[in-house]
Design a protein around this ligand. Structure first.
Ligand code: PMP
Length: 361
């Protein structure tokens, strides 16, 4: 069995070099005589690993002074609820820009704790475009402004960082973190579930400005309080040591690839290879997303005749192309092109699509 080309939306492809390294180190990590999963998170060896992973992430993203980096658990979904608990007092209001399924869910999970105000939404466009900036109704008194730079299901991505005025900008970067350089100083908080561009699921990476950690939020158990996690170097309780280790290997791999400038160029090329094939298919394939909002990470596309969907999926899987079925909210197909998906995978996909079209067109 050889490795297939994996277009999964998440948990998603990891760099093969990272998996091979983890395999080689599985039984005896770093001369310890044990797997990294079998070592105490309080031991010197793991503490060194943890600090190195954080330092690499800080270098990769040029995280400025005045920000903490946290390695948490609970998935992005838990933080949809925990962010308002930490950043806003009882009775406060925060703004949400909703551009797809995950933004909707962030509003729903925040609602028990704050007034989660939808300041802009593209729901009327079925989340296949971004809301025009002149329709945004931002509250200058909001506790924060939350948005989803890349909506994984709908395949819409912001190609700039919105101006939040003086309000701290909070970004769910689960599906586009580390895919290109980003100016961290524009954000109050960046958070991401690991299972797309970082490592395995069960780990959440958060970059948060110190002044937001100092906010009182509301009464809550210590385990929910980000300031406590920061004060304890993300070891308030037992962290996801395996996820932290794999994240560190991925960060090292990214540095070897040339960092985020190089990844940004590669990701742009991969995405244009696929969009060009879709746009050049005379309508056999179609991208439902408005061109200016197209995601580089998640590319939904439909076939001109949905009766061909089943054949497309069966034949693509037989050709070693995994997980191309689209999300039911959008239908059709979706190819996710995260950092670990090489250009070669996209070339193979595009050749398959041309061949399929020739046979079924
Ligand atoms: N936000 C975005 C943008 C996502 O893509 C996902 C998962 N696909 C989530 C949040 C939810 O992540 P989790 O399942 O780890 O809670």
């Amino acid at each position: 069995m050889s490795r297939a080309w994996n277009f999964s939306a998440g948990p998603a492809a990891l760099p093969e070099a990272v998996l091979r390294r983890a395999q080689a180190e599985m039984l005896d990590w770093n001369g310890s005589g044990a797997s990294v999963m079998e070592l105490s998170h309080r031991g010197k060896a793991f503490m060194t690993l943890a600090a190195e992973a954080e330092a690499r992430l800080r270098r990769l993203m040029s995280v400025p002074a005045g920000y903490k980096v946290l390695f948490l658990q609970g998935g992005a979904t838990q933080h949809f609820a925990q962010i308002p608990m930490n950043l806003a007092p009882v009775g406060a209001s925060a703004d949400y820009v909703v551009t797809g399924h995950w933004g909707e869910k962030a509003v729903r999970e925040a609602s028990p704790y704050i007034t989660a105000r939808v300041a802009a939404t593209s729901e009327s466009a079925n989340y296949l475009a971004l809301p025009a900036r002149d329709t945004w109704d931002l509250d200058p008194g909001a506790a924060y402004l939350h948005y989803t730079p890349n909506e994984t299901i709908h395949g819409v991505e912001f190609h700039d960082v919105p101006d939040a005025g003086g309000v701290p900008l909070v970004a769910d970067m689960s599906s586009n973190i580390l895919s290109e350089p980003v100016d961290v100083s524009r954000f109050g908080m960046i958070y991401a579930g690991a299972q797309k561009n970082i490592g395995p699921s069960g780990l959440v990476v958060m970059i948060v400005r110190d002044d937001l950690l100092a906010r009182a939020g509301r009464p809550m158990a210590k385990i929910f309080r980000y300031a406590e996690h920061a004060a304890n170097d993300s070891m308030l309780n037992t962290p996801n040591t395996w996820g932290w280790y794999l994240a560190g290997l991925t960060f090292e791999w990214l540095e070897e690839q040339g960092g985020l400038v190089a990844m940004g160029e590669r990701n742009a090329r991969k995405a244009s290879t696929l969009y060009d094939a879709i746009d050049g298919s005379d309508g056999f394939y179609r991208s439902p997303v408005e061109v200016s909002a197209r995601s580089r990470m998640n590319v939904p596309f439909t076939l001109h005749d949905s009766a061909l969907d089943a054949a497309f999926l069966a034949e693509s899987e037989a050709a070693g192309l995994l997980a191309l079925k689209g999300h039911k909210a959008v239908g059709g197909m979706r190819a996710s092109l995260y950092n670990a998906v090489p250009q070669e995978a996209v070339d193979v996909l595009v050749n398959f699509m041309r061949d399929f079209m020739a046979r079924h067109g």
